[in-house]
Design a protein around this ligand. Structure first.
Ligand code: SAM
Length: 283
């Protein structure tokens, strides 16, 4: 049940580069609300100034989300309307806001999405990779060993896999992906979307890695990495083994993890051990 006297919370998507990508409805909403909760008020100032929006702003970021949620919830209950924006794209997508939205909904306040830019959707739509089923995996871990474990866990997934990655780690991530998914698996690098140097390159992982390693410009700016799903049949047992090893190896030595996984799945100890060794490989 929504509370009748309360205001509304609008989740407003903002551009991921090109300022013209702010929708008419988003502009109207940002002008009409009583308050804009922004991930970084200084960052959002440029967008708001560009559209001559003078609505008051307040910060809501990962370090103050808990206490700000309570404060803003009270203001919503008192009848004010609020828009939530992040630095770029759709709030809550690898951005703060999840706890705030949950608090607001639990209080019976209406939450209204104002959709727009989102890097993963823009990248997928232009990648040429299958878009009927996909899995957004957020940011890849910064440590090589953790990244490899993520890739191992996902290598049998048939859906298109989508990752956000820092340009500093892009080449390392591509090299690891090439080893784990194989040279021939297709992938797409979508960089600087909607900006001057927008680049969307789809090819095999081997070609993509080679291209990025030879051109340092491809290791700059913001990027989304997409990897095509497998079309090879992998047994449910093999998938389960990878998944369990991915979890256990963060806590246990290789031999122990492999033995436990083999006994849970009923699979071969040697197979589990070989897989565990691959997952455990350090740089
Ligand atoms: N909320 C945003 C969205 O809707 O996509 C994502 C925010 S997340 C903190 C930032 C990451 O999104 C970047 O590191 C990059 O991986 C991706 N990203 C954002 N803008 C992008 C762009 N213009 N081109 C490519 N990737 C972008």
């Amino acid at each position: 049940m929504t509370s009748p006297q309360a205001g509304q919370l609008f989740i407003v998507a903002t551009p991921i580069g090109n300022l013209s990508d702010l929708s008419q409805r988003a502009i109207e909403t940002l002008n009409e609300v009583d308050l804009i909760a922004a991930e970084d008020t200084r960052h959002s100032k440029y967008l708001l100034q560009h559209y001559s929006i003078s609505t008051q702003t307040i910060s809501l970021h990962e370090h103050n989300e808990q206490q700000r949620s309570e404060l803003l919830c009270k203001r919503l209950l008192a009848g004010e309307s609020i828009a939530l924006i992040s630095d770029a794209g759709t709030p809550l997508i690898s951005d703060p806001g999840y706890r705030f939205v949950t608090t607001v909904r639990d209080a019976g306040i209406c939450v209204v999405p104002i959709p727009g830019s989102c890097a993963l959707i823009a990248a997928l739509s232009a990648s040429g990779l299958a878009s009927d089923r996909f899995s957004f995996e957020g940011f890849l871990p910064s440590k090589s060993s953790a990244r490899r474990q993520v890739f191992e866990t996902l290598k049998s997934d048939t859906r298109t896999l989508i990752f956000y990655e820092s340009p500093r780690r892009l080449l390392a991530a591509l090299n690891e992906a090439k080893i784990i998914f194989g040279d021939e698996r297709r992938a797409c690098l979508a960089r600087e979307l909607t900006k001057l140097h927008e680049t969307i390159q789809t090819s095999s992982l081997a070609e993509l890695t080679d291209w990025v390693s030879r051109d340092e410009n491809q290791q700059r700016g913001e990027c989304v990495l997409l990897i095509e799903g497998t079309n090879t049949e992998v047994t449910a047992d093999e998938q389960e083994m990878s998944r369990l090893l991915g979890l256990l190896l963060t806590e246990l030595p290789v031999k122990k993890a492999a033995a436990i996984v083999a006994s849970i799945t009923g699979g071969s100890k040697n197979e589990a051990y070989q897989l565990a060794l691959k997952l455990q490989q350090k740089d």
